[in-house]
Design a protein. Sequence first.
Length: 574
Amino acid sequence: MPLANAAIAAELEEIADLLEIDQANPFRVRAYRAAARTVGAWPRSVAEMLAAGERLEALPGIGADLAQKIADLAQGESLPILEALRAKLPHDITALLALPGLGPKRVHRLHEALGIDSVEKLRAALAAGAVAKVPGVGRAVAAKLSAALKEGTGQKPRTPLATADEIVAPLLSALRKAPHVELAEVAGSCRRRRETVGDLDLVVAAEDPGPAMQRFLRYDDVKEVLEQGSTRASVVLRSAGLQVDLRVVSKASYGAALLYFTGSRAHTIHLRQLALDRGLKLNEYGLFKGARRLPARSEAEIYEGLDLRFIPPELREAEGEIEAARSGNLPSLVGIENIQGDLHLHTNATDGRATLAEMARAAKARGYAYIAVTDHSRRMAMAHGLDARRLAEQITAVEKLNATLAGMTVLAGIEVDILEDGALDLPDSILSRLDLVVGSIHTGFGLSERQQTERLLRAMDNRLLNVIGHPTGRLINKRAPYAVDMERVMRSAVERGCYLEVNAQPERLDLGAHHCRLAKELGLRLAISTDAHAPADFALMRYGVDQARRGWLEAADILNTRPLAELRRLLARK
């Protein structure tokens, strides 16, 4: 069966991880990572492109060799390079990369010294005291690993939201085309737009459930049927090994079922108690007063029946949203339509895969009023980062490009590395010529909370810094956040006139929702940016907006919902 883009990207990422652990040529590693990013963000199915006779070399940064490998994966074939790497370095070894303090080099050392190739073998070696004796690891890292394993880190990772989206879209499309199906939607954590999902819950409205059930059970991607009945079934998909649960209800019960299976368990229990307090009963079949079913075709009707304002799915976590709905204090959440520009993106001047002009044209086509080009600074040698001379040349290129654009402005910027002492990677003499400076941490993740916090505070002391990029440094399922006192950083940002970023890359989604909500409480505006490396990456903005909505943020809380003139005023630190 053809693989979804997300599954192809996961295979390419695994190759990159295994190559890096095996200490392969870093440029080869980078090529596979770039290919994974391109395929994972591409808005069209690679399998469909191949079926239409299109050449994959048209994808940004994809040469003939990688194009063939991607084509093989898309058609369900295995790659010899991946098989060889798995034979040499067991597949489970990549799970070690999700543990704090373990990068590819340390994983390589542990494998060479102790034969550790899985979380369980690491756990045993830690218990025996062997890990602390490995050169380049030591007691501090061993202690951090032991603590992480006790907290549950290293268990089977949940599926990233973007991967779940790609997998569920064709499945929903197939169900909606089944006879007698009137409505079909994903529920659960996917609809709440959580960063990762454990499984997928689907709700279908159909007076005759038979055709929908048959379409579901015979879907091409089904690997195993766990349960089947007349109105409910559970299967495991080949894609990401995801379990999918289907519930078919009548149209009269659809709103109740969608509500019931979308909210967190705590949210649903609270709603059911509210119903009981009013002499009603709420379940997946409807809202009832005695034996009489009250209107429940939509979720809005049920909330209205409970004297509540409609609560958006992203807020249904039992974190005060029901009280806010009762008192009329629910936020008017930011939407994708409120975003006026993107303040973090890369071009092929560093590790992007498109020219400055191509990125600008793609942004203009999306209706943006502005973008900020923020290529890497010189410290990121692997990304061919810009030194002062090359950045000056890019500033000139931005000025020339703006002279040819109508209706959109390109801001000259940089993603400058924040060094371990809090200094910025480029001199003020060149940074002062920019419209926007994003400062990010790309190295030194192992500093203590005090050291990391002071590092960020010292960086913000530089009046040329505007935004802290991907502020916790996490990579979902791969790298834990570095230790930092985020509340102190946020309070200092408010005092200094700085901002923090919500990075929309699906592997980052950084800041998390709880930090977004903290920022709102502190009066700190955030920038939602895609960290785009190709035109297709602009579509990832939806994931940043999802994250902001989960953090109760409104348009006024977001820096890049502001018109250009106001944005410039907000960026001007005094």
